[in-house]
Write a protein that binds this ligand. Structure first.
Ligand SMILES: [Zn+2]
Ligand SMILES: [Zn+2]
Length: 125
C-alpha cells in the first residue's frame, strides 16, 4: 500500500481516514513519520513492540492510555503494580519506555493522532 501510495503520489493527509484505519495502521515505519528520521531500532521501540505488544497506532495509543495505578511514581524504581508487571515482562525502565511512547505519538501528524478529539470517536462518546 505504501509503495502504491508513493507511486501515485497520494498523500493520506488529503483523505478522510476512518478511525478504524487510523487505529489499525502499523505504528512502525508509519507513513506519517516518513520525514522524521526515526531510529526504529531504538531499544524503546523494540521494547514497545516485543514486550508491550505494540503493533498498530491503536496499540500504542492504548499503551499510553493504560490506567496509572495509585502509588505510581515517575522514577525508574517505581514499584506500583503496572511498573512491576512491565518489569516482569522484561521492560528495563517502564517510566522511560512510556515517555518514549508519548514522544513517538507526539511526532505523528495531527490527522493521525487519535488523542485529538474527533480523531478518535471513542473519546467523544
Ligand atoms: Zn509505577
Ligand atoms: Zn518497555
Amino acid at each position: 500500500m505504501l509503495a502504491t501510495a508513493k507511486k501515485y503520489n497520494l498523500t493520506f493527509e488529503a483523505m478522510e481516514l476512518p478511525i478504524t484505519l487510523k487505529r489499525s495502521t502499523p505504528m512502525w515505519y508509519h507513513i506519517g513519520l516518513h520525514d522524521c528520521n526515526i531510529q526504529w531500532n531504538s531499544s524503546w521501540f523494540v521494547c514497545h513492540w516485543k514486550r508491550h505488544g505494540v503493533v498498530t497506532v491503536g496499540d500504542l495509543q492504548d499503551y499510553i492510555n493504560s490506567d496509572v495505578p495509585v502509588g505510581h511514581e515517575i522514577r525508574c524504581n517505581c514499584d506500583c503494580v503496572r511498573c512491576t508487571n512491565m518489569k516482569c515482562d522484561g521492560c528495563p525502565n517502564p517510566v522511560n519506555c512510556y515517555k518514549a511512547a508519548v514522544k513517538l505519538l507526539d511526532l505523528l501528524p495531527e490527522i493521525w493522532d487519535l488523542r485529538i478529539p474527533g480523531n478518535d470517536q471513542r473519546l467523544s462518546e
